[in-house]
Design a protein around this ligand. Structure first.
Ligand code: 13P
Length: 248
């Protein structure tokens, strides 16, 4: 039985004061939450989040990292640096990184490998744009994004990773994939992995992300292949985030 994982992706939001209030609110409401819970926060706040969440049931992570181990890479942050702040997770290949910063499937695969080499669990984000969905190539796009990681790291590496299916057209738009639409892609991803390794497929946590809110989480999380959520906007409000966690 797969445990649900609800993770907040704060994106470029927050401040010391806002984070303190948000985390205090989440911690106070964790009673009755059965899902695993995590927050992926901006780099400068990792120390704050580590201090606040150490000893709690909530894990934390980052939203991006360098594929390089160290060196003259101005502005970059390595996997080892994230480990210094006890990160459990790191997002790789979020659609905003792919679209705005031009991250290729191969670069994402390198980051995935570097995260695992450092002992973190990468959350590999995949998903199609609206144009790709309308062109009926959703499965081909998601397949290509998965294949880059499988080619570099092997299917067994997915046993130490999480996949997040995030249709780009649903991110930050208020338009959620219907439970059926999301379930269909999640089932496709799991079937694809099952062709290579049934045990890995059965254990793989596949989160849904894209305008998941308290009012649609129960239905989405009730789908057989949806194992959690990667939450953007709704993760910035303690009550809303907790309601999603409780739905898991
Ligand atoms: P929203 O929940 O704001 O649509 O963002 C989803 C997302 O991109 C999480 O990584």
């Amino acid at each position: 039985m797969r445990r649900k994982l609800v993770a907040g992706n704060w994106k470029m939001h927050g401040s010391l004061a806002e984070n303190e209030a948000l985390l205090s609110g989440i911690l106070a409401g964790m009673g009755g939450v059965k899902a695993d819970v995590a927050v992926c926060v901006p780099f400068p706040y990792l120390a704050q989040v580590q201090a606040k969440l150490t000893g709690s049931a909530i894990r934390w992570g980052a939203q991006n990292m360098s594929q390089q181990a160290r060196g003259a890479y101005t502005g970059e942050v390595s996997a080892a640096m994230l480990k210094d702040f006890a990160c459990t997770y790191v997002l790789v290949g979020h659609s905003e990184r792919r679209a705005i910063y031009g991250e290729s499937d191969e670069l994402v695969a390198e980051k995935f490998a570097a995260a695992q080499a450092a002992g973190m669990t990468p959350i590999l984000c995949v998903g199609e744009t609206l144009r790709e969905r309308e062109g009926c190539i959703t499965e081909a796009v998601v397949s290509r994004q998965m294949d880059a990681v499988i080619a570099k790291c092997g299917v067994a590496a997915l046993a130490r990773a999480v996949v997040a299916y995030e249709p780009v057209w649903a991110i930050g738009t208020g338009v959620t994939a219907s439970p059926d639409q999301a379930q269909a892609v999640h089932a496709y991803i799991r079937a694809k992995v099952r062709e290579l390794d049934a045990a890995v497929a059965d254990g793989l946590i596949i989160q849904y992300g894209g305008s998941m809110k308290a009012n649609n989480a129960v239905e989405l999380l009730g789908q057989p292949d949806i194992d959690g959520g990667l939450i953007g906007g709704a993760a910035l409000n303690a009550e809303e985030f907790l309601a999603i966690c409780r739905a898991g």
